[in-house]
Design a binder for this molecule. Sequence first.
Ligand code: AMP
Ligand code: MG
Length: 345
Amino acid sequence: MLYLELNEKNILIAAEQLSAGKLVAFPTETVYGLGCDAFNKAALAKVFEVKKRPRFDPLIIHIAALDTLEKLVDFSRLTQKAKHRLTILSRALWPGPLTLILPKLQIVPDIATGGLDTVAVRFPAHDGAIRLIKESSGAVAAPSANPFGYLSPTRAEHVREQLGVDVDIILDGGAADIGVESTVLDISAVSPRILRPGGLPRETVEAFIGPLQVEQVHSDETVNSPGQLKSHYAPRKDLYLHNSSEMRRLPFFPDDAYLFFERSSFKTFIENNKISTEIDNTNFFILSAEGDTREAAVRLFDTLHTIDALPVSNIHAERAPESGLGAAINDRLSRARAQARNVNK
Ligand code: AMP
Ligand code: MG
């Protein structure tokens, strides 16, 4: 495994490796991806193997030019309405943290799409990622660069710790700007639907194409978006999710970690428990002092990685408000829960 700084020289080395069927972990604005050439079946199989990802869970194909859609998408199977939505959204919100589900052309390998006749496509808003994709085949399949089901990587170090030797190259471009995965949107249905809340707020998409439905079920049988399991994005510790008022009233267990959404909840909590100390790093974490969902999303996985490495027993986490990136934060926290893990057993 080569661990390289993200710069022009190393991007060219990595692009060559991608074209040769190797796996390259690279930064995007959402999280780090484990990339391979989207048309190389052997490389795609390796991605599933390295992540221990079930074959039914389709990958997102990353592009760096709108023309590439012609190599991936069967436009003849898009309704006029869907075509119109694709034009509007791709012009307005790409590059960006938005993944669109579109009818696939036969040449897109079935293994990339989990056997579905649709393909997930995204144009990432990250200069390094765009260069890498352009210099290789122009279409890079990349799930998040973590073992299946575990916390997503927002830094290159997370990838090195979790996948290490199984990856050919890791490009280190620093911490991800957004910190949660892309919003996955199906624009083909009569009313377009969010299959996974993510780095682009629902409100932003709605401003362009009107009201969206949001997929609520995260059962293993969900057919619309096969990877959306009830348990995912999870730390190794047991995580319990509380709404704000419950969180503020929790008793203090010295063996547990407390992940507050905002500072005011933490303050009430320490007052209620008559804890006089200032923040103790091993027990208390605040995602955003002022309760900003964007800042909280950036810090979410990074903080969970930190907590997971501490000698604490359980994690108590506070729900975010549902607006802005709060929906994505709550989605990830619900699936990180101990209860969600038990359901999947
Ligand atoms: P990840 O690559 O880990 O960010 O996850 C990508 C997710 O996108 C998958 O787990 C699916 O839930 C969703 N996805 C990818 N392709 C499709 C598709 N063709 N139809 C519906 N959902 C998809
Ligand atoms: Mg993932």
